[in-house]
Structures are given as C-alpha cells and as structure tokens.
Design a protein around this ligand. Structure first.
Ligand code: ATP
Ligand code: MG
Length: 370
C-alpha cells in the first residue's frame, strides 16, 4: 500500500462532469487492483461554482487546491454563462487557480497512438510511435511584460495611422531557471533529452534563455542531454521529423504556437491531456493541475458522446509526474492504446470509413477492461 495521494477533483461544466466520471472509475480501479490509496475530494469550478457559490472559484476551493498533491479539472464555460460580468465568467475560476498556485510550467504531450496515426496532419511513417513533451513557460514573457499598450505615436509624422502597439518580452534568470528545472526533472523520467528553443540570434531575452538553461544543465543536470535550437527551426523540425525530440522547453509565446502545432501531429482534441506544474511543495511534489486540452464542448454536453480519453490521459500524467507512479501511468496508456487498436471509437474518432461510435461511459468501461 502506497501512502495516500490527495486529489481534488473539479469536474466543472459541459462535458467536464461526463469525462471526469470515467476518470473516477479509473481511480477506483487503481485503488482496488494496484494497492494505491487516494484521498479524493470534489468541488466546483467555473459555471458550476457560480451556480453554487456565486463566483467561479470559491475561496474554500482555492484553499483546498493549495493543499492537495494534485488538482484534476474537467472543463469550464458554456452558453448559460455568456452574459455574466467579466470577473464572474467561468474562465476566471481556472485563471485564478493557475495564478494563485503559480503554475509556471505548462506540459503538453504529443503522443501518437498507432491506431490513430491516420488522423495526424502528417504521414503515418513520420508520426507512428511519436511521444514528445512540450514544456511551455506560462506566467511571464511577452504576454505579461510591461510596458504594454496602444498609444499615439506623436513624434513620428511618417507613421501612417499615427499609432503604436507595444508589448515587452521580459524574462528574469529566475523565471528561466525554474522552468528549465521542471524540464530536466521531466526528462529524467522519460528519454533523458531536452531541447531548448528560443531566438537567441535576434532577442536579448533569447540569449538569456539559452545561457540560463545551459547553466541549470551544467550545474544541476549534467547527466541529461541538452541541445538548443532557434524556435523557427524548431517549428520546421517538429513537422519534418518530430521523433527527434523528447522534452522541448520554450517560452510562453513560442510554447503557445509550438504546442498547438504539435497537437495536430496526433489528431483529435478529445485525445489531448495537459498538466501545469508549479514549485515543489514541502513533500517534494510540485503543485499541479491536470486537465484535458479541450473545452466544455457545449454542443455535445449531456449526450454521452464526449471522448473521455484526454481526461483519462491527464490522470495518467498525474500518476507519472505527481505520484511517481510511472509504471501505472504506462499501464493506463497501454490500456488506451489497446482499446483504440481494438477499433473502439467515440464519435470524434470516427474516420471516413464510418462505424458505430461507443458512448463516453462505454469507452471508460472498455479502458478499465483492458
Ligand atoms: P474552450 O473555449 O473552452 O477551449 P472551445 O469552444 O474552443 O472551448 P471545445 O469546447 O474544446 O472548444 O470544443 C471544440 C469542438 O471539439 C466541439 O465541436 C466539441 O464538440 C469538440 N470536442 C471537444 N472536446 C471533445 C471531446 N472530449 N470529445 C468529443 N468531442 C470534443
Ligand atoms: Mg478553445
């Protein structure tokens, strides 16, 4: 019996509760069959929290999130909440969680299951067996840097239109070192290889990025293989030969773009998990929030059509990165692979050849059986 892991489950809105119900089955299975012990609490976020507490994230929920080993979130938002004030919108609940937990490393795996290789925007022989992890810095960089704004460009008579839009790319060495550490730690549990991407050829922050990642490598993780690549070349390499990578670490802006591009190497939105990690807590585990990349999908909510795999794979990431249960994570991923290989498909995974889709709950049951 392992020490109990504490989990806070926030199903949220739309298909969130439907896909989370399948994760709950998976958690129960690991407790019954693999001697793991989870202390699970449930609460609301997003529109569901607005309905219950009058705001998208209650203070008590926030406090719980700060204490648990991992938060598992479904999805937030929906047409019912479109007219709410900005500060009450469901998305604000998720943003508050990310901000107050200071989750600075966003993890987006791109893993290609063989049975779905034909869903990729690339050829099967380029993506078969693909398993890479993009680590994006999430709390700094050009999206947050000051000064910012749109101003009159008063002293520049040659500027047609007379305005200037300003954003500032700003990174501190500390911000770079902490996300670099996350990347090296993750690489140690995977292929032991990190590629850092920036534009050190044209950006000062890129030069600092390269130097600080190298510093963390040389001083703390010399055993992990490190390479550097300009982000534009990185984009090209990602679609030319993505299997050359294991962990990619990059800044907020480049990570935003590269992780969306990488997502399309693997196919459906219903398959993509994610994690956001912060600083290590007293027990050595990082603060962590796991969630599927997809949203609340109001168009299919309540119909039993949602694919639960993105949420189930998000839990696999929790097993691996919060609970150090890499073998259990791999076992869960193999079960998903097996079910897909058997041709079991939710509606979003139906190819042109057609067939009969299974329900959300059937997909969960098949994964458990596998
Ligand atoms: P958000 O703003 O929350 O990201 P969105 O509108 O951008 O939401 P989703 O809610 O993810 O995007 O939905 C986009 C499309 O993908 C919808 O047609 C939805 O039905 C489909 N979709 C999303 N997630 C799933 C899933 N798990 N299973 C099946 N279809 C899904
Ligand atoms: Mg979206």
């Amino acid at each position: 019996m392992t020490a109990p892991y504490s989990l806070l489950i926030l199903p949220g809105d739309g298909i969130g509760p439907e896909v989370m119900a399948e994760v709950t089955k998976v958690i129960d299975w690991f407790q019954t069959n693999r001697g793991m012990s989870f202390t699970v609490s449930h609460d609301d976020v997003g529109g569901a929290a607005y309905d219950r507490y009058g705001k998208p994230l209650a203070d008590e929920t926030m406090a719980k999130a700060q204490q648990v080993d991992a938060v598992l979130l479904g999805a937030v938002g929906g047409p019912k909440y479109d007219d709410l004030d900005f500060s009450l919108k469901p998305e604000r609940g998720l943003l508050r969680l990310r901000k107050e937990m200071d989750l600075f490393a966003n993890l987006r795996p791109a893993q290609c299951f063989d049975a779905l290789a034909d869903f990729s925007s690339l050829k099967r022989d380029v993506v078969a067996g693909l398993d890479i992890l993009i680590v994006r810095e999430l709390t700094s960089g050009v999206y947050f840097g000051e000064p910012r704004g749109i101003h009159a460009d008063d002293n520049n008579p040659d500027n047609e239109g007379g305005r200037v839009g300003i954003n500032t790319q700003r990174y501190t060495s500390g911000e770079i070192r902490r996300v670099a550490r996350s990347a090296f730690e993750l690489a140690k549990r995977r292929g032991n290889k990190v590629c850092s991407m920036e534009k050190a050829n044209v950006m000062e922050s890129g030069i600092l990025w390269r130097e600080e990642v190298q510093w963390v490598h040389d001083n703390e993780y010399p055993e992990v293989e490190l390479s550097h690549m300009y982000a534009d070349n990185g984009a090209m390499q990602l679609v030319r030969n993505p299997r050359q990578f294991d962990v990619i670490v990059t800044d907020n802006l480049f990570g935003d773009v590269l992780s969306d591009a990488a997502a399309m190497l693997t196919g459906s939105l219903g398959m993509l998990p994610s994690a956001s990690l912060g600083a290590p807590m007293a027990n050595g585990r990082p603060k962590a929030l796991y969630e599927p990349v997809h949203g609340s999908a109001p168009d299919i909510a309540g119909q039993g059509k949602a694919n639960p795999i993105a949420c189930i794979l998000s839990f696999a990431m929790a097993l691996r990165y919060s609970f150090d249960q890499g073998d259990a994570a791999a076992e869960l991923e193999r079960a998903v692979e097996q079910v897909l290989a058997d041709g079991v498909r939710t509606a979003d995974l139906m190819g042109p050849e057609g067939g009969t889709p299974v329900s959300t709950s059937d997909m969960g049951d098949r994964i458990i059986a596998a």
